[in-house]
Design a protein around this ligand. Structure first.
Ligand code: AMP
Length: 299
């Protein structure tokens, strides 16, 4: 994109940049792909680099850490807020997923984001939309079989967001480790020209990973949720002491579940980080990964 192109009438930046409703007037909001592209093109024309942080909103300090990471990497930061219907199963929480764009706008402005991209569902999936990105292999285990269609929804929307924004860098959290690896593979396999950065999980004072879904939990459930993190660290500690003892470490972890108060443990596994294959003996680098149900909430 040349500098001149940004000056043409069709490329003019909207004068009346809509602020996040009720949020910080300093943070512009793009609702359409065309508007997003106009703003990004102007930054490109000025020689600026661009970081993208895709989110589903209801922002917390974990998201803010991704914005800060993107700011450290790039001159401009776009945060997308889009509760993506295609990554929710029919019985999942799409309709009740927490939404608070006003608070999100305030947090993004404070964190130093330059733009909120908050498209509607029809903008992302117009009538007749018929394409999906699926990633084999990596999605065969862990959350893949338990949430059919979830990773296709994620890979499809992330591909679209990357192509809409064309950032230099996109930042994702390690909290959703399988998602991060699926995104890395999508970008590599489809030759999307972006660098994917994985950022560490931000936890509360008791070690629980921050999550928008924590808002569903009662005070009592929050206390129980913090036990899941404890089980993960116990398994990791066990393996530091006895690296060949994965089966026993996992068995001990699973035995902790009823006492810890969880209703169901979807999985507790030790996996290699590249292919996410379950490991028999610890080969570094590896991750201890778990998903569990607490009432109607899946952590
Ligand atoms: P979400 O809004 O839940 O779809 O998450 C948007 C991005 O924020 C994803 O890349 C998540 O992995 C990341 N994220 C969510 N929670 C945390 C956390 N506690 N620490 C770091 N990153 C997170």
């Amino acid at each position: 994109m040349s500098a001149n192109a940004a000056d043409g009438p069709h490329m003019a930046l909207p004068e009346d940049a809509a602020p996040a409703s009720g949020g910080s007037p300093a943070l512009p909001v793009a609702r359409t792909i065309a508007d997003l592209r106009i703003r990004v093109a102007a930054w490109r024309a000025a020689g600026e680099t661009i970081g993208l942080v895709p989110t589903m909103g209801a922002l917390h300090a974990g998201h803010v850490s991704l914005i800060e990471r993107a700011r450290a990497e790039c001159r401009r930061v776009v945060a997308s807020i889009f509760v993506n219907p295609t990554q929710f199963g029919p019985s999942e929480d799409f309709t009740r997923y927490p939404r608070d764009e006003t608070a999100d706008g305030t947090k993004l402005a404070a964190a130093g984001a330059d733009l909120m991209f908050a498209p509607g569902v029809d903008e992302v999936y117009p009538q007749g939309f018929a394409t999906a990105v699926t990633v084999e292999g990596l999605t065969r285990g862990l959350c893949g079989p338990l949430r059919p269609g979830h990773f296709a929804g994620v890979a499809t929307v992330v591909t679209k967001l990357l192509l809409q924004c064309l950032p230099d860098v996109a930042v994702f959290g390690e909290k959703d480790f399988q998602q991060l690896q699926v995104v890395r593979r999508t970008v590599r396999d489809l030759d999307i020209p972006v660098r994917i950065v994985g950022a560490p999980t931000v936890r509360d004072a008791y070690g629980l990973a921050l999550s928008s879904r924590n808002a569903y939990l009662s005070a009592e459930q929050l206390a129980t949720a913090r036990q899941l993190n404890r089980v993960l660290f116990e398994v990791a500690d066990h393996l530091r002491r006895a690296p060949g003892d994965i089966a026993e470490a996992l068995a001990q972890g699973r035995r902790r579940r009823p006492g810890a108060g969880f209703d169901e443990l979807d999985y507790l596994a030790v996996c290699g980080i590249a292919a996410l294959q379950p490991l028999g003996t610890v080969a570094r680098p590896a991750r201890v990964l778990a998903a569990a149900w607490l009432g109607r909430t899946r952590l």
